[in-house]
Design a protein around this ligand. Sequence first.
Ligand code: UDP
Length: 364
Amino acid sequence: MDRLRLLLVSTPVGPLGSGLGGGVELTLLNLGQELRRRGHDVTILAPAGSVLGDLPVVGVSGPLQPTAHTQGRDTPIVLHQDGVLGRMWDTARQHQDAYDLIVNFAYDWLPFYLTPFFQTPVAHFVTMGSLSDAMDGAVRQVADQFPGRLGAYTRTQAETFGCGAAFKILSSAIDLSCYQFCPTPGQAVAWLGRISPEKALEDALAATEMAQIPLKILGKLEDEAYWQSLGQRFPQAADSYLGFLPTQALQAIVGQCRALVMTPRWVEAFGNVAIEALACGVPVIAYDRGGPAEIVRSGTTGWLVPPDDIAALAEALTRIEALDRVACRQQAETEYSLPALGDRFEAWFQAMLGTSPPMAEPRP
Ligand code: UDP
């Protein structure tokens, strides 16, 4: 397709590289690199201090935005005066003529609300499932007024908004060359992710305790009070925690594990950690809901167990040997490669720009 000038606007919850953005940080890196490899002109707009590989990042300062998953469903919209969210979108507005398309990666009300005010088309890659009434309303408004402008990781995630058909399902991908296949793991299983209540690390601690299997925990310590409470219930947690590691170190440790355990309490939009594990040849044992349920092929590349059922999780941990590490790597190669991701995003962009020229009016 023709070379596009693309502005990718990041999440305002933390600088890229901090881990506060969760999986969207890796998604932006991979997508940005793949789009640039295809000849597109890619600029990232993100909170000051952000680093994203060798991609050009325009940093914007200001107070960070609270994360949506820490707010209640009926919490009103909160915007800081001079906050980074408003300032990033003001920067996007001022420079919009330099771009063919602006893609929003922030799970925040403001960019959805602002969509009709831009001359350059704004598309939205929605990174979480439905969490608040205000966001649902803003998402549905874009669905109604600007058909084709919504993207999501998975079908299950899109359906939480009550307008699933309005979304293009784009999945995720990783740079497979960064992940080494490991055929012979050690004894431990891994748990990866932000340490925050919606990820329910306590279930992985309880299930591995039950199954008498050592656990390695890697990830951003997002909620300190929650982590302290876990430490009181599970004295082994502190020794199991290895920190928040860069991809190279992460994959070296995960590859040595017999399985990845995923215990999301919420409808996980995707779960980049699942495909990172698969790429190392590591099967995924997960609750049967949200993104992991669309990724894992139960019985071959992992086990899906009833959500919130710790005994079922522990039981599945005794059946890891039945899974196929080679099939795990193969699934990552066929379904989650960067070229496959680039094809899906380019098709989305083409459909959007082909049917809706830059100056098109929204439907009334
Ligand atoms: N991650 C990391 N270092 C760690 C543990 C996790 O860089 O030590 C990254 C991981 O690569 C993944 C992200 O944290 O990209 C977690 O994203 P995921 O999509 O699994 O969940 P989210 O945080 O978006 O809900």
